[in-house]
Design a protein around this ligand. Structure first.
Ligand code: HEM
Length: 511
């Protein structure tokens, strides 16, 4: 049916009407924070306050940091922003951060990450799921990460360290600059491949090892994946309806097969190994609960759940730690005095432990812990964490209710660069993490692993593998910055985590 004599005019009219509807909807949505008495940043159509998924100019972590800084400038304890049309609450005051992550956690149990168990079972892992389901799984998985279990896996870690050592020898002999990000990516892939999947990945020797290939792919954000992410995060119901996946099919098929084959092999041959995979198999067969003597819901893990947890351990476990070590070495290369101090500590501690890298020796390296804390302050691999409000929450001392369904962002990167907590924040200074300085600061001013009941479950493992890697490298080599490294270093807009843009090239001089 035509309204005028011309189809073109009709189409134009229709387009105009649709545009008017969309703009009205945006305007109505953008009034949300004003109506709810929360100071907010002026959003723009179409992406609100978040970067465009098509051509981002900044990483989302930096955009959230800038929003935090603007609210701090306005001296307000919290603020509102928008992702497309959806309101996002930003906690600014550290007491508010503490309330959301810990004290009033029962209102914010979910992370609001999309997953679709039906089409994509691998996506239903600990990081994504929420509610009671998350609580049950967290209780089951917590014993997997105790210091006793870390100690048990230490030898597996040392075995992988040998490959790192060999690779460094070869690279050093070639006399060329070292792409340290790549070397450490292989090192942590080997470790987590071994601990989470029970396999020797050999990424140093096999350049196109599937673990390295898929590991890299999963963290590379293409325009398509950013668009898909925008849809899943903003329209989860539509994403469910469209059966959208979050894990690309080739990656999912590979990891699922690896787990199924591995579990079948171990069960058939009654073979057991000291790794995460074994702990998950024991959970599946209800053995771990009996041994640990703890209570859970009585349900064991299914094989799909075992696969999903192995997958998240792999994802969360390798890139975060390799990036942390890369940034640490980048800073140490620029700050030779600090590098020397870490090396002196390594030598002193190892001398006390018969020259051996043991679990206890690693725990004794206190200054290295400070270096890692300062690295994670300046470069938190996860620059902000999210929560989703699951029941209406009244913000203390404010006439503000955070409604059920609203997403909450905790701006880690912004907090870590706040001059009030860290004067001269660009300066790399491990002394900020001396015992005394930590005592004088708000506990939530340093949260690279998140906080509260949903804090990173792999924290101990991440620190342990980073310390072993740094020990191996720094006791044998002195690192300086190679001129091929871009300066000043920028954050990559193509990575899902806070990584360096381009390679970090270092010169390694044998000690
Ligand atoms: C330097 C290393 C690491 C950093 C900086 C890091 C950071 C984080 C952060 C910020 C979160 C979100 C916490 C929150 O929302 O409050 C998280 C969650 C998580 N991390 Fe890590 N992580 C690291 C290493 C690891 C390792 C090695 C593993 C496993 C082997 C791991 C497994 C997980 C899992 C499963 C979650 C979800 C926990 C839950 O929702 O219950 N992470 N991590």
């Amino acid at each position: 049916m035509f309204y005028t004599d011309s189809l073109l005019t009709d189409l134009f009219g229709l387009l105009l009407a649709l545009t008017a509807i969309v703009i009205t909807y945006y305007k109505w949505s953008f009034a949300y924070w004003k109506k709810n008495n929360v100071p907010y940043l002026e959003p723009t159509i179409p992406f609100g306050n978040l970067p465009s998924p098509v051509k981002p100019t900044d990483t989302i972590g930096v955009v959230i940091k800038k929003a935090y800084e603007e609210f701090r400038r306005r001296k307000v304890p919290h603020g509102g922003i928008f992702g497309l049309t959806r309101p996002i609450y930003l906690a600014v005051d550290l007491e508010y951060v503490k309330n959301i992550l810990t004290k009033d956690f029962q209102h914010f149990v979910d992370r609001g990450v999309y997953y679709n168990e039906k089409v994509d079972p691998l996506s239903a892992h600990l990081f994504a799921i929420g509610g009671q389901k998350w609580r049950n799984l967290r209780v089951k998985l917590t014993p997997t990460f105790t210091s006793g279990k870390m100690k048990m896996m230490f030898q597996t870690l040392l075995d992988c360290e040998e490959n790192l050592h060999e690779k460094m020898e070869t690279l050093h002999k070639s006399g060329q600059a070292i792409d340290i990000k790549d070397v450490l990516g292989c090192y942590t892939t080997d470790i987590i491949g071994s601990c989470a999947f029970g396999l020797e990945c050999n990424t140093f020797k096999e350049e196109d090892s599937p673990f390295r290939k898929y590991g890299k792919k999963v963290f590379t954000s293409t325009t398509f994946r950013r668009l898909q992410f925008t849809i899943t995060i903003n329209f989860p119901k539509l994403a469910q309806f469209l059966n959208l996946r979050t894990v690309p099919k080739d990656i999912a098929d590979f990891f699922t097969k690896v787990v199924r084959d591995n579990v079948a092999y171990r069960e058939k041959n009654n073979y057991s190994r000291k790794d995460f995979m074994q702990l998950l198999i024991d959970l599946k067969n209800n053995k771990l609960a009996q041994e640990e003597g703890y209570q859970h819901d009585g349900n064991t893990l299914t094989i799909d759940e075992v696969a999903a947890q192995s997958f998240i351990f792999f994802l969360a476990g390798f890139e975060t730690s390799s990036t942390t070590m890369t940034w640490a070495l980048y800073e140490l290369a620029k700050n030779q005095d600090i590098q020397k101090k870490v090396r002196d500590e390594i030598n002193t501690v190892l001398a006390k432990h018969d020259g051996k890298v043991t679990y206890e020796a690693i725990q004794d390296m206190k200054y290295m812990s400070q270096v890692l804390d300062e690295t994670l302050r300046k470069y938190p691999p996860v620059p902000f964490v999210t929560r989703q409000c699951i029941k209406d929450y009244k913000v203390p001392d404010q006439d503000v209710i955070i409604r059920k369904g609203v997403r909450v962002f905790i701006p880690i990167l912004g907090i870590h660069y706040d001059e009030e907590y860290y004067p001269n924040p660009e300066k790399f200074d491990p002394e900020r993490f001396s015992h005394e300085n930590i005592q004088n600061r708000h506990q939530y001013a340093h949260i690279p692993f998140g906080e509260g009941p949903r804090i990173c479950i792999g924290l101990r493992f991440g620190i342990m593998q980073s310390k072993v890697g740094l020990t191996s490298l720094l006791r044998n080599y002195n690192f300086t910055l190679n001129s091929k490294t871009k300066q000043p270093m920028k954050f990559s807009v193509k990575s899902f985590i806070l990584a360096a843009d381009g390679e970090v090239w270092l010169n390694a001089q044998k000690i």
